[in-house]
Design a protein around this ligand. Structure first.
Ligand code: S3P
Length: 175
């Protein structure tokens, strides 16, 4: 294990399957699973859309950074993150120093299909024109995920194949 890289961290745009894959990998490897969004919702007692409505995106970003730091300070875990966690350079540094960072990616059409199937739980995609919003955000975020140690294209992959790739990638001694 490289010094300090204690966790397995999944990053990626909304709808790339971070939470589903992370939860399954954690179960398989018998390590804790932490999700920054779910942990925030538990701490607040209300949902992310509700938090955005009350306090706005900037406040959410600050809370997200605080939760990332908390998760990283705990024992080794599979940590899954919100799609925008990479926007803050400090978060990118923290993640790459403290974990093996895996980027799950997918093409825009696949992401659009997946987020439309999900519950309407994403404030940045709320309302009409999901296609346009996804395309714009993907463009704005181009390059932000490139700092990852490893990237997996989930576009045409089965869940099982992605899980296997993640497990194979994570050095055993990091567990
Ligand atoms: C966000 C992604 C969401 C959540 C919040 C903001 C983003 O998480 O953190 O709605 O800025 O991309 P998912 O990537 O799990 O949907």
């Amino acid at each position: 294990m490289q010094d300090g890289k204690r966790h397995l961290i999944l990053i990626g745009f909304m709808g790339t399957g971070k939470s589903t894959v992370g939860k399954a990998v954690a179960e398989l490897l018998q390590v804790p699973w932490r999700d920054t969004d779910l942990s925030l919702e538990t701490e607040w007692g209300h949902s992310i859309p509700e938090y955005f409505k009350r306090y706005g995106e900037n406040a959410f970003r600050q809370a997200e950074t605080g939760m990332l730091a908390k998760c990283l300070a705990e024992k080794p875990a599979v940590i899954t993150t919100g799609g925008g966690i990479v926007l803050h350079p400090g978060n990118r540094d923290l993640m790459i120093q403290n974990g093996y960072v895996i980027h799950l990616q997918a093409d825009a059409n696949t992401i659009i299909k997946r987020v439309k199937q999900d519950d309407p739980k994403r404030p940045l995609l709320a309302g009409n024109q999901v296609e346009k919003k996804v395309q714009e955000l993907m463009q704005e975020r181009e390059g932000y995920y490139d700092f990852a140690d490893f990237t997996i294209d989930t576009t045409a992959s089965s869940l099982q194949k992605i899980i296997n790739e993640v497990v194979q990638y994570w050095p055993k001694q990091a567990v």
